[in-house]
Ligand binder design. Structure first.
Ligand code: NZQ
Ligand code: ZN
Length: 385
């Protein structure tokens, strides 16, 4: 097993009605920026619950953080925080709002142009404005990790960043919030979390036996509950296991001491930047092709996955191949389309565009062995058309 440090200071407050703890979690006397998205929290009553639980606190509201949050929007919140001397941020929303707040938190005290946080991928280790979250959409794990993804509208770049100062101080995770989610977002959540596990699991055999078993447990749980929770989000057993699986998929635990890939995400982010395709749906387009193109590298682990998750039998090659088919089947069951041409007609230049972008950024080898070269990226994207 590889050496590791496990640092995760987020106080995860999980369960029905936990929003009542809000006044005890926010620092006493804090002036709060309440940040949210396009208004779903008004329709489902979460805004009202937050406001009712924060009586006595001074609150400034910031609305309109869009899905795949924009740098340009977030910088407006940075100005408000500076002007109004705000000392705590509360993110109420899904991954986009939480990621947006991580950027705001990092940018307020940043010396220099905050765009560098994204374009130079600077690690934020100090001077962040403290923030907490009320999660409304299980998917990204952003509620318990220190990473985020922000889009620069002007350049159509979707860039990841993070750092140890960007863990939420607390996250309130009440599974009943999923009752108001549209089917599409529930499907997205399951597939995003599933792919997070795959990025950290589907590499090559290693000595992290326990990490593998935990990862497989999350995959099996998502396969079992995913299709059901989409049809029945009011079932608390399904909702709570769904939410906890999403958090566990990307709170850092299963990544410790093992190699990880993340190339599906890196390529997928470009599809969102180019075509506005939902994050999870980009993953379901790219992942199957990536597993095929990187078959030799991933074969042994694909076979382990096929045996343990789908009970497949046969030679290593047969099981590994069939495991990819089973994954695509699961994505289809979760309402995903797995080809780029199903989302846009204008896909022919996508591979050129992505390869050029990666080249400009100096990304010459992605994946757990850094052997996903630019030629392989081209092959993966073209196979996804
Ligand atoms: O904006 P509002 O009106 O709130 O509506 C949102 C939004 O339109 C709606 N929604 C959220 N909670 C709801 C709800 N509608 C009804 N009821 C509720 N309870 O759902 C829509 C999508 O929300 P969004 O936050 O964009 O979705 P998600 O949580 O999937 O986040 C996606 C973003 O997270 C990034 C993605 O790249 C993307 O930008 N990721 C962040 C990661 C991280 N920080 O670790 C890792 C992920 O791999 C991912 O890249
Ligand atoms: Zn993701």
């Amino acid at each position: 097993m590889l050496n590791f440090e496990l640092y995760n200071p987020t106080n995860l407050v999980f369960g029905k009605g936990q929003i009542e703890k809000l006044p005890t979690l926010v620092p006493q006397g804090a002036k709060i920026l309440l940040a949210y998205g396009g208004g779903s929290i008004f329709k489902n009553g979460i805004h009202e619950q937050v406001i009712n639980n924060l009586k006595g606190f001074e609150i400034v509201e910031f609305s309109g953080i869009e899905p795949n949050p924009h740098f340009e929007t977030l910088m407006k919140a940075v100005s408000i925080i500076k002007e109004q001397k705000i000392d705590f941020i509360l993110a109420v929303g899904g991954g986009s709002v939480i990621d947006g707040v991580k950027f705001i938190s990092a940018a307020v005290n940043f010396e220099g142009n905050p765009i560098d946080i994204l374009q130079k991928r600077l690690l934020i280790k100090e001077n962040a404005v403290p923030f907490g979250t009320v999660l409304t959409l299980p998917a990204t794990g952003s509620e318990m990790n220190s990473g985020a993804v922000v889009t620069i509208e002007a350049t159509q770049e979707k860039l990841a960043f993070g750092g140890s100062a960007l863990f939420p101080k607390f996250s309130i995770c009440d599974p009943t919030v999923i009752e108001s989610l549209p089917k599409r977002q529930l499907q997205n959540g399951v597939v995003d979390a599933y792919t997070h596990v795959m990025e950290q699991y589907l590499t090559y055999p290693h000595e992290g036996y326990l990490q593998d078993r935990i990862a497989e447990g999350i995959l099996q749980t998502l396969i079992e509950i995913g299709p059901k929770v989409v049809e029945n989000p009011k079932d608390y057993a399904l909702a709570s296991n769904f939410m906890w699986s999403c958090t566990m998929a990307l709170n850092g635990l299963i990544q410790k001491g093992v190699p990880s890939d993340w190339a599906t995400h890196m390529i997928g982010h470009e599809l969102t930047a180019l075509y506005g395709i939902d994050h999870a749906r980009t993953l379901s387009i790219i992942a199957p092709s990536l597993y095929k193109v990187m078959f030799e590298t991933k074969k042994a682990k694909l076979a382990q996955y096929g045996k343990r998750i789908f009970n497949l039998e046969g030679t290593e090659d047969e099981i590994a191949n069939e495991a990819i088919n089973k994954t695509v089947e699961f994505f289809h069951k979760m309402g995903m389309q797995t080809k780029l041409s199903e989302y846009t007609e204008d896909y022919n230049k996508t591979a050129d565009f992505i390869v050029n972008r990666f080249e400009e950024r100096g990304w010459k080898g992605l994946g757990e062995k850094q052997n996903i070269t630019l030629e392989k990226v081209r092959e993966i994207v073209e196979m996804s058309y």
